[in-house]
Design a protein around this ligand. Structure first.
Ligand SMILES: O=C(CO)[C@H](O)[C@H](O)COP(=O)(O)O
Ligand SMILES: [Co+2]
Length: 220
């Protein structure tokens, strides 16, 4: 089992001072930075694209975890690789040819993840589980920060970790995203998650180091 990683989502950061916000969580003990890209089609919200991501990349040593909530993500993989992405996650619901997109990401030499919405069963990604570096189990409906954790999603985490262990895919990361706080983190880690995205729980408080520490401490 990997050491649990905390990945603050910049969705809840102040976009007017993104570099300072990312530097703040880097100093505060974050492991990864989670970059939410939304297109206003796959989800009812728009964030930013590869050029903004590139400006952040150049100024942080954090591992860059890109969550593409966009339709036809295959059209933008190369742009995000050039912008510094180290993990690119696409939604199973947004890809007609999911296996092809996953291999397209890997051909660029970056890690590949697949995400599933709360209403999507774990079985939707069973056939690509051995191909991916990470499964992102959405614990809220994607599109917005600050929503409440959906408890039913915990069963899917357990199921996916069980399948990965059965197939010997012990390096698989399981990331959870949405409503992760010091009150919800422990149950998802116990179910098999090892990457915790936290947006509002980290950025909506003035002391980011304290917020990250309190999520980490809640796991013991
Ligand atoms: O992908 C996302 C939303 O679609 C974000 O990563 C997620 O919402 C993080 O925000 P919070 O921790 O506040 O729930
Ligand atoms: Co996200």
């Amino acid at each position: 089992m990997h050491k649990v990683k905390i990945a603050p989502s910049i969705l809840s950061a102040d976009f007017g001072k993104l570099l300072a916000e990312v530097a703040d969580v880097e100093r505060g003990g974050a492991d990864w930075v989670h970059i939410d890209v939304m297109d206003g089609h796959f989800v009812p919200n728009i964030t930013f694209g590869a050029p903004v991501m590139q400006s952040i990349s150049a100024h942080t040593g954090l591992f860059k975890d890109v969550h593409l909530m966009i339709e036809n993500p295959d059209r933008y993989i190369e742009d995000f690789v050039k912008a510094g992405a180290q993990m690119i996650t696409v939604h199973a619901e947004a890809c007609t040819h999911l296996h092809r997109v996953i291999h397209q990401i890997k051909e660029h030499g970056v890690k590949a993840g697949v995400a599933i919405n709360p209403a999507t069963p774990a079985a939707a990604i069973r056939e690509v589980l051995e191909d991916v570096d990470m499964v992102l189990v959405m614990t809220v409906n994607p599109g917005f920060g600050g929503q409440s954790f959906i408890p039913r999603t915990v069963n899917k985490i357990r199921q996916i970790r069980e399948w990965a262990n059965e197939m010997g895919h012990t390096a698989l990361h399981i990331e959870v995203d949405g409503g992760i706080t010091a009150s919800t983190a422990k149950q998802v880690v116990e179910a098999g998650a090892d990457v915790l995205v936290a947006g509002s729980a980290v950025f909506n408080t003035p002391d980011r180091a304290k917020a990250i520490r309190s999520i980490r401490d809640s796991l013991h």
